[in-house]
Write a protein that binds this ligand. Structure first.
Ligand code: ATP
Ligand code: MG
Length: 447
């Protein structure tokens, strides 16, 4: 069953336990944006938190108990209630160790940034802002609580959280905080990959991703968090580019159009689309830079990077496909070329067009007319020729086996692929079994 915040507060009060609203929920409330998660801090120990929640008949989650956190279902959302933190972070460990504290003041001092280190007493409404977090929030500043380098050494993930907030909130780094990050950025290598990946993923989906990525580079964290991209800054290009590869990449990430559903995919594709450029760059006889087929090398580098990050198989596959195909330039008037283009993209031509348009945003020439024409051609093909683009052989493997009275083997795939390609090219009507059988007989030397 689900309980109310009122009932939860009452139960803690009845036990003489403190309950403070903390962290992101307060930050988001001050910013006037809806908050995904609600966190409470308390002087009750995890066992007691669990016991209080269960005594109310609430649904309880104990997956975070080891770290002092009990999840409770309150008004249909999961709320995290955490025992006050004390000091002692095992520096250099892959996962920070947890000790409990006695007071909310102690707890707040353990938090990483001033804008996440205020609290509101759930019983009395008392507002506690010991580090000037509210002022920083209004000024748009990410500032470490305490001595920055010390805090980043305790848990280097905070460096990535900080630059992630730059992107998510559109804030900037306080200079002393940035200096502390620079001093400790090499410690990012000691973190578990899943924690790093989660922060990078959030950074990339923020409202100011270019600022977040630039902050990552600025504090020297790029070679440690994304070494595969470290050669991009300073990699100069030709005159029709307005930026070096890094600047151009940031512009593309910022420019790419997306919906909430396509944001993750498209931002990653924008970040990685030119990853192959530094590796293949060479001087051409005319003195210009050459990047011959950088998208082929780029697709391989992107695949290896995404595998290392363990971003998720299905999405990684599409990102790699977009990197590989972003230089494709079919003639919109050539139906066959448009069909082939779409078939290669397996349903993601819209994502590719968004990438091409964003890519062009930082070129010195305007390719909009071409992109509009290609988009129109793809839309027409999708409506009128959807079946052809699926490139499906009109005859199934079983049908071919029966037709030729031959045991199944590699030959079946060869014939099916050939028939599919002919459907794609308009030489065979989709579903035309009779014509397909004639062609198959010819291919098998049986006519
Ligand atoms: P989001 O929910 O968007 O990831 P958040 O700041 O709310 O951001 P949580 O992981 O929900 O992050 O953590 C809740 C609070 O715990 C934070 O607001 C912060 O005060 C504190 N916190 C989280 N991670 C750390 C850390 N690595 N070091 C110190 N304090 C932290
Ligand atoms: Mg949170």
């Amino acid at each position: 069953m689900t309980i109310t915040h009122e009932a939860l507060r009452e139960a803690f009060r009845a036990r003489g336990r403190q309950l403070w609203l903390v962290g992101g929920a307060l930050r988001d409330r001050l910013l006037g944006i809806p908050s995904k998660d609600i966190d409470y801090a308390t002087d009750a120990l995890p066992d007691e938190i669990e016991e209080i929640a269960r005594s109310l008949g609430a649904k309880v989650s104990t997956v975070g108990k080891r770290f002092g956190t009990i999840g409770v279902l309150v008004e249909d959302t999961w709320v995290e209630i955490t025992t006050f933190r004390g000091d002692s972070y095992a520096g250099g460990s892959r996962w920070p160790e947890v000790t409990f504290g006695r007071t909310i003041e102690e707890d707040l001092a353990r938090r990483d940034f001033t804008i996440t280190a205020f609290a509101e007493n759930a019983h009395t409404g008392e507002w506690l802002d010991l580090f000037g977090g509210e002022a920083d929030l209004r000024a748009g500043i990410i500032r470490a609580v305490g001595d920055p380098a010390t805090r980043f050494r305790e848990d280097p993930l905070r460096i990535l959280r900080g630059v992630r907030f730059v992107s998510q909130l559109g804030f900037r780094l306080d200079p002393a905080t940035a200096a502390g990050m620079r001093e400790t950025a090499h410690l990012i290598a000691t973190l578990s990959q899943e924690r790093v990946t989660a922060e990078l993923d959030k950074l990339l989906q923020g409202r100011a991703p270019a600022a977040g990525l630039e902050a990552l580079r600025e504090v020297g964290a790029l070679p440690h968090a994304l070494p595969e991209l470290a050669a991009m800054p300073g990699c100069e290009q030709n005159r029709f580019h307005r930026f070096d590869v890094w600047g151009h990449t940031l512009a593309t990430v910022e420019a790419i159009a997306a919906t909430p559903e396509t944001l993750r995919l498209r931002r990653w594709a924008a970040l990685l689309h030119d990853i192959g450029k530094p590796a293949v760059r060479h001087r051409k006889p005319n003195g210009e830079w050459g990047f011959y087929r950088h998208e082929v090398v780029g697709a391989e580098l992107a695949a290896a990077l995404l595998e290392r990050l363990r971003l998720g198989r299905a999405e990684s596959h599409v990102v790699v496909l977009l990197v590989r195909r972003h230089m494709d330039r079919p003639d919109p008037a050539d139906r066959r070329a448009v069909r082939r283009f779409m078939a290669k993209l397996g349903g993601h031509w819209r994502d590719l067009l968004a990438l091409k348009r964003a890519d062009n945003a930082s070129h010195t020439y305007d390719d909009t007319a071409y992109h509009d024409a290609l988009e129109a051609a793809c839309l027409r093909a999708e409506q009128e020729e959807a079946e052809a683009i699926r490139a499906e052989s009109p005859l199934s493997g079983d049908e071919l086996v029966r037709m030729f009275d031959r045991p199944p083997g590699p030959w079946v795939g060869v014939i099916k692929r050939q028939l599919g390609a002919m459907v794609l090219d308009g030489e065979l009507a989709p579903g035309d079994k009779e014509a397909a059988a004639r062609i198959a007989r010819r291919l098998m030397g049986r006519d």
